[in-house]
Design a protein around this ligand. Structure first.
Ligand code: ADP
Ligand code: MG
Length: 239
């Protein structure tokens, strides 16, 4: 499905990614973790076409993604959220989804039934006619980010810290929603997240970044017992 091979990205003197390789299988949920500045968001930016790598290969279901435009990547099924929620201002929640859906469909058509279904899955149906920029609480803004990505009809959904900043109860609920969404839409996911417990509950596998390199890739429980991972990531030992 997704194959990332020897990806390199430089911003001036900063080597944001150095020979990064990882894969995501169909229906797999992969966690991306690592300290701030490790290169996680940059990886998403390369996959979605915002950042051009200096070297490397990315294929998705056999398509050479690096040769595709941002729009083509979305129609190939790669959807994402942004670390900082970016609702389209002056539009309602529903209108935000309509715009996203038209962008994601090769025929540009709107399927209202699917939009209702998405709003329901992220618990936003009651907010459908609210102003997206001013009418939503934090959890709802995050849910809208996920909904907008879902509206593009992805097969691979990339979530950039959607759970960050939520308090424990909302986080738990949101995680359940993500699990449901994964089943309902048969998604593969890449989840950027700091909280180890969340990663263990949500992800089948985890890739650890540090200073632009992948330092571990494997089963979440085993990986978080790896001393190098513990040192780089938390600076403390987890039992
Ligand atoms: N557009 C950019 N211009 C310059 N430097 C950037 C840009 N985006 C990211 N970086 C740098 O690349 C490195 C990786 O950043 P990022 O991928 O955002 O890390 P993470 O998401 O893991 O916290 C950091 O040193 C960051 O400052
Ligand atoms: Mg980031």
């Amino acid at each position: 499905m997704l194959k990332v091979k020897d990806l390199c990205v430089s911003f001036g003197g900063v080597r944001a990614l150095q020979n990064v390789s990882f894969e995501v299988q169909q229906h797999e949920v992969l966690g991306l973790v690592g300290p701030n500045g490790a290169g996680k968001t940059t990886s998403f930016n390369v996959l979605s076409g915002i950042v051009k790598p200096t070297a490397g290969e990315v294929t998705y279901n056999g398509h050479d993604i690096l040769k595709s435009s941002m729009h083509q990547r979305v129609t190939h099924g790669i959807g994402r959220t942004f670390q900082i929620p970016q609702p389209m201002h002056e539009l309602t929640v529903r209108e935000n989804l309509i715009v996203s859906q038209r962008f994601g469909r090769p025929d540009g058509k709107v399927k209202h039934q699917r939009i209702d279904e998405i709003l329901k899955s992220v618990n936003l149906l009651h907010k459908a006619e609210s102003d997206a920029a001013t009418g939503l609480a934090l959890t709802e803004r995050k849910a809208l980010e996920v909904a907008k990505a879902l509206a593009t009809e992805p097969t691979l959904l990339m979530l950039d810290e959607v759970l960050a900043g939520l308090e424990t109860t909302s986080k738990k609920q949101f995680m359940e929603t993500l699990k449901e969404i994964r089943k309902q839409y048969s998604l593969s996911m890449i989840v950027i997240e700091h909280d180890i417990e969340t990663i263990m509950k949500l992800c089948d596998r985890v890739v650890v970044f540090n200073f632009g390199k992948v330092i571990a890739d494997g089963d979440p429980e085993e990986t978080f017992r790896n001393p190098e991972v513990v040192r780089s990531y938390t600076g403390e030992v987890h039992a």
